[in-house]
Ligand binder design. Structure first.
Ligand SMILES: [Zn+2]
Length: 301
């Protein structure tokens, strides 16, 4: 390993540390975290044509979790199926609370360096992170951070721990994809060759609970699984009551739903739900392809 003189991070173009390892570099960037990259790519940061801010935040988050990131073509797409940036200031605050909880315990403090740690929270800069921390404090979730210094020492209040408990019940970044469908032998291929591989391809863990084992009752296990899911696939072929119930539950919890139905069965869809944009499929392969496209276009963007 040999250090490089004045290297520049391929992702954020700020000064970083880089050590040569064979034909590659191990990069340590105060904003992007750690990643490995080929020598050829590293020497041409201006040729990076991805979303620099997303990549900076996603790589920082992954490296903070101890994951080894090797930069390659297609990495951005892979990360987009694994890392979900907050969509509004409330979700940014939730992310800060999760970080504090993950790095400390009740009554303990954690230090955040606003100028270096803003990518961990998908903020555009230190100012935005400062805004979220102050709002979290105003809401009573955090204590500390009284001055305007670059580094802040914060702790979760009891109200902050309560808020965490609430958000744990439904995690937007959950990779679990719950599948609500008719449990009939005629649907086995749709599951095996359609829904299951489509979820796996888009980075979700397929979760299906066989309702037959539960005498068709909506059991606590199903409710608990749906609460933990980041996505629900609902197939209306056969028009089972349980599927309608599970969709209603997911929608009430704010979990995205993808509606699907086999051609020939869509005409029997309940009047109240007919306006939803169902994927109408002909065979398992068709279902898989359309599901992957729909998840890519609507859930992972
Ligand atoms: Zn960087």
């Amino acid at each position: 390993m040999s250090p490089l003189e004045q290297p520049v991070c391929f992702i954020c173009e700020k000064r970083c540390e880089a050590n040569s390892v064979g034909g590659e570099f191990d990069v340590v960037c105060s904003l992007c975290g750690k990643y490995r990259i080929s020598r050829i790519a590293f020497n041409k940061p201006k040729y990076f044509n991805g979303d620099r801010h997303f990549m900076m935040c996603a790589i920082r988050k992954m490296s903070a979790e101890g994951k080894h990131i090797s930069f390659h073509e297609g990495l951005e797409n892979e990360l987009r199926s694994l890392v979900f940036p907050p969509q509004n200031p409330i979700e940014s605050i939730d992310l800060i609370l999760k970080f504090v909880a993950g790095n400390t315990g009740p009554g303990r403090v954690v230090d955040i360096d606003l100028s270096k740690d803003f990518p961990l929270f998908f903020a555009v800069d230190a100012c935005e992170l400062d805004f979220h921390v102050k709002n979290a404090k105003e809401l009573g979730y955090l204590s500390g951070h009284d001055d305007m210094s670059a580094s802040c020492t914060i702790a979760l209040t009891l109200k902050g721990w309560q808020r965490l408990d609430e958000i744990k019940r439904y995690s937007r970044d959950s990779k679990r994809g719950f599948v609500a469908m008719w449990f009939d032998a005629s649907m086995d291929a749709a599951w095996e060759q359609g829904v299951k591989p489509a979820l796996e391809k888009t980075g979700f863990i397929p979760v299906r609970i066989d309702a037959k084992e539960h005498n068709n009752k909506i059991c606590d296990e199903i409710v608990a699984e749906i609460r933990k899911s980041g996505l629900l696939i609902a197939d209306f072929t056969g028009h089972r009551n349980g599927v309608y119930f599970e969709v209603g539950l997911a929608m009430g919890l704010g979990i995205p739903v993808v509606w699907t139905c086999r051609a020939g069965d869509i005409e029997k869809a309940h009047f109240d739900t007919r306006q939803y944009n169902h994927i109408v499929w002909e065979n398992p392969e068709d279902l898989k392809e359309k599901l992957v496209n729909r998840i890519d276009a609507t859930i992972l963007t």
